[in-house]
Write a protein of this length. Structure first.
Length: 312
């Protein structure tokens, strides 16, 4: 089993978010009209790395709702991202375990999404075998439900990841950068597929409900690509936390059928992205983003080196 790589960021508390009282009174009243009851309390969901509001709001009638919001003036990129997320959520099949979009308020200089509230928890950190098995099973079912992909006018995997091989240009000091860059340059070999791929599967985008179901959240970056990619990237966190993901991969209904070189190409792509991104300045709105990217990059690099027989 691989040795765990300790993390240096606080899981579940990585975001610097707006809270419910930060919304203008006009917007809060509009949201309460949508909810049908006055909001009496709120709980910010502080996992993730974006600064927009993401809160469970509790209403006077006892109901709970999940609300996301961003200012179109002060947080324009995130407001645009919420608009895109709303567009994508509307087209997801009902069979997919993804919280439903219930309404959108796009006015008063704010974009606000009302999303189905799901009672549950994030996977434990460090990851456990039980949580990994549950999340992995969900992703296999999700890949089946999302093949062929619903008509979203999606970018393809090849288009979205086209720049990823270039990240290795600035990583020449990383051991075996040349070999990794050569692998990443074979992007075209893994870019085919007609599955809607989430591309951002992490513990903070997963909810384990009390009934044993697992829900996949934050559909901001989906592409048309290989059905197995999300199942592979799910393993980054568990691998970094010390679980034997090689055994998991060998028994996996999707990943076990993938050519080993294809797995390595995907790992080389995401390793370059994470390590290069970690060297960028720390955004004031997300103080732990670079730490998380560095950790994921180091996990993927060690995993790739082990698979390729590289000494690092």
């Amino acid at each position: 089993m691989p040795a765990a790589l300790p993390t240096t960021f606080p899981h579940g508390r990585t975001a610097r978010r707006l809270d419910w009282p930060h919304l203008p009174p006009l917007v809060r009243r509009a949201v309460e009209r949508r909810l049908g009851s006055r909001v009496t309390d709120s709980m910010s969901q502080d996992a993730g790395f974006t600064p927009g509001l993401a809160s469970v709001v509790i209403c006077e009638d006892g109901s709970r709702h999940f609300v996301k919001a961003a200012s179109t003036k002060a947080q324009r990129p995130f407001a645009e991202a919420y608009r895109e997320e709303a567009r994508r959520l509307r087209t997801l099949p009902r069979s997919l375990p993804a919280p439903r979009l219930l309404w959108v308020h796009d006015a008063d200089d704010w974009v606000v999404l009302g999303i189905e509230y799901v009672e549950g928890r994030a996977p434990a950190r460090p990851w456990t075998e039980a949580d990994l098995a549950a999340c992995s099973s969900m992703l296999v079912d999700a890949a089946a439900a999302l093949t062929p992909a619903p008509g979203l006018g999606l970018a393809t995997f090849a288009e979205e990841f086209a720049s990823f091989p270039d990240y290795w240009t600035g990583l020449r000091d990383v051991p075996h950068a040349g070999e990794a860059a050569a692998l990443a340059g074979r992007l075209a070999e893994i870019a085919t597929g007609d599955t809607l791929v989430h591309t951002d599967v992490r513990d903070d985008n997963l909810i384990l409900a009390g009934d044993g179901s697992v829900w996949l959240c934050d559909w901001n970056w989906p592409v048309l690509g290989p059905a197995w990619f999300d199942s592979l990237t799910l393993l980054i966190g568990p691998r970094g936390d010390g679980l034997d993901v090689s055994a998991h991969l060998a028994a996996h209904p999707l990943l076990s059928a993938v050519d080993p070189d294809s797995i390595d190409i995907a790992l080389a792509l995401v390793t370059g992205y994470f390590l290069a991104s970690a060297r960028q300045p720390v955004p004031t709105t997300s103080p732990y983003l670079r730490d998380a990217q560095r950790w994921q990059g180091e996990v993927c690099h060690a995993w790739l080196a082990e698979r390729r027989g590289w000494r690092i």
